[in-house]
Design a protein around this ligand. Sequence first.
Ligand code: 13P
Ligand code: SF4
Length: 335
Amino acid sequence: MEFSNSQITKETDRLFKNLSKTNWSKSDCKIIAPITLEINKLKKEKDTIILTHSYMTPDLMYGIADFIGDSYGLSKLASETKAKTILFCSVYFMAETAKILNPKKTVIVPAIAGCSLAESITPEDVQNMRKKYPTAGIVCYVNTSAAVKAECDVCCTSSNALKIIEAMPQKKIIFLPDALMAKNLQPLTKKQLISWHGTCIVHEEFSPKTVDEIRIEYPNVKILAHTECNPAVIAKVDMAGGTEGMIKYIENTNTKKFMLVTECGLTDRIKVEYPNKQIVGSCALCPYMKKIMLKDVLQVLKSPRKDQIIDLPADVMKKAKKSLDRMVKIVEKSK
Ligand code: 13P
Ligand code: SF4
């Protein structure tokens, strides 16, 4: 697709307005301008909505996304969209969730991106847990495959895990697959949590020592951590939650300085959307999330390969939908 010099200049300026806040140069923006122009033109022609997780790179979030959000918010948007196609910029399980919640839509992904949590457990593992603890309810974190969701009683995300656990009729809850999140949730509930041994390879790497060092260097800092972090880290922070919870916390406090103990995409979001807030310390990169690249968005939009189109067995879709619908019902009822 050919664009005029004035179209490229205008697009470069539009991109630079946001991306400069995350250290992109004007020439970087000029290089991607023809690609974002083409994607934005094609998505309209092809009646496609682009959903983008907060861990994506700034070119995706501010160049081409229709919505940026967390796993719950994006699932809701996917279930409600009228667009013909959903292009999901995130890890694979989120795109699967979109397909399950809105099965008539075509759901496509720029790259096949896993997740250490989703890969830690199989449907057979869940069946075995059910046999071992027949009276327990099974809550599965959304970071699981569709086939695993199909074996659970209800799903949850970082934004509603406690609410879902409390809403279950059983006293004993198998919470899977995140062992660290289960440990972080246990003190908050009277229910007995039985966990699995999955971990997020990104969040488990943060150490309590880093938190201590940041507090010494920046005495007025507020430190926010994702609940996938180690309990030793969570014990030392000002707020623990999911990505959307962290944004809300920043929005609703007068504090100016924050450290975000999470993936760098969220730090980029804060820098762009809350320029009067300062982010200190370092973040981490998720190798799975960062597999999603602008050039692949263009490719999948033009002509998706078979493996880029989400296609799930009907029985898995039906069973997994029950777990997801139950989560949505509990969350929406509590609003
Ligand atoms: P959120 O739902 O909090 O965005 O979490 C998704 C995720 O993968 C965190 O690592
Ligand atoms: Fe999975 Fe962790 Fe990456 Fe989130 S940050 S997608 S939990 S590996």
